[in-house]
Structure formats: C-alpha cells, structure tokens
Design a protein. Structure first.
Length: 201
C-alpha cells in the first residue's frame, strides 16, 4: 500500500495540482509528504521490499515525543494539511474520475489489524484515555460508549460507499509517529509533513 501510494497516488496528485495552476511546493497546495526516490514491493519476498525516502531531518523536521500529548497548535496545523489533501482528492475525483477510480481498491486495513488477539485490548484502553480529556458529562459518556465496539463502529464509518458522492482518499494511519513538524520561529511549528503510513479510500 505504501509503495502504491508513493509510486502512483502522490505522484498523480502532484501532477494534478501543477496541471491546474499550482506552483510546485507553494503555500496553497498539498505537498506535505517526503520525496520518494525508490520503492518496490516484492510479493514473494516481502522482507525484501524497500522504500527510500527523503531525509526530512536535514530540513529541521522532527517527530514529537509520542508520550507527550500534542497541543492545539500542532493538531490544527496537521488538520489543515489533511484538509488540503481531502480537498485535492475530491477535486481529482470530479475532474479526473478515471484516475481516482483506480485507487478505490485501497480499502481500510485497520479493522482486520486492530481486532486481532494481540491488538484488540488496545481499543478499550484508548477509549478510556480519550474520555479523560473531558469532564464528567455527555461528551465523556458518548466516548465511553465506544469502549467495546470501537473498531466495529469505525469499520462502518469508513465504508466509502456510505459517504458518496463525498468519499475521498484518506490517510489511514494518522498518529504522532507519522507526522513530522518543522520549527523556524520561536519553536512555533511552520510546516507539518504527513508521512505516509497507510492511505485508504
């Protein structure tokens, strides 16, 4: 999936933006991903698969400590970049539907992963942690209602057919280790790079 994303999806999205009047790496488009120099997936020998990407640390990008909760400013910056990607995805869906159609096979794989015996204990724990962000009350109760059915509910929510005609390509693994931030001025984040972990339709 990541090889498909780097070799096909993101390169087509770059071309689409340039063909529609954006300047490469301008402030308005979606360019928040590292360059990919080479990628190959070997189905017969998966351990020999490889992705060689740009080293973003040379541009002062870094990953935040996953044990320290992120703040509003970082989250806002990330959501702006994701919104650009979703808007771009929807624009391509309208203007180049045949290209967009070719990526619909990238269904979400998280449900099958997160409901395995080794992973299913994480959902109740994570729901409990999320609920603690809110005081006792209606919002906290709603969050806790997902404790025993989180991924079953997510599987329905992520069914693209239920959201047509507004379904888009989404990043399927947005968490702190898949995002890098660039700091220039007084430790304020200037750029967020959404590092590809998994993209889904």
């Amino acid at each position: 999936r990541e090889v498909t994303t780097y070799c096909q999806l993101l390169s087509k999205f770059e071309k689409f933006q340039i063909d529609n009047g954006f300047e490469y790496r301008d402030a308005d488009g979606f360019w928040s991903f590292p360059k990919c120099y080479y990628a190959n997936y070997d189905r017969e020998h998966p351990t020999k698969s490889i992705i060689i990407m740009e080293d973003l640390t040379t541009e002062n990008f870094s990953v935040k400590n996953k044990f320290i909760p992120t703040d509003f400013n970082h989250t806002r910056k990330l959501f702006i970049e994701l919104a650009k990607f979703h808007a771009l995805s929807l624009a391509m869906k309208v203007k180049e539907p045949e290209v967009f159609e070719s990526f619909k096979q990238m269904k979400c794989s998280m449900y099958s992963v997160m409901t395995t015996d080794s992973m299913k204990h994480l959902a109740p724990r994570n729901v409990e942690l999320a609920s603690k962000l809110f005081d006792e009350g209606e919002i906290r109760d709603k969050i806790l209602s997902f404790k025993d059915c989180l991924w079953q509910r997510v599987q329905v929510i992520l069914d693209g057919k239920l959201s047509e005609p507004y379904s888009v390509i989404c990043h399927g693994d947005v968490w702190i280790n898949n995002v890098m931030y660039n700091y220039h001025n007084d430790n304020e984040e200037d750029d967020a790079a959404v590092v590809v972990g998994d993209y889904d339709y």
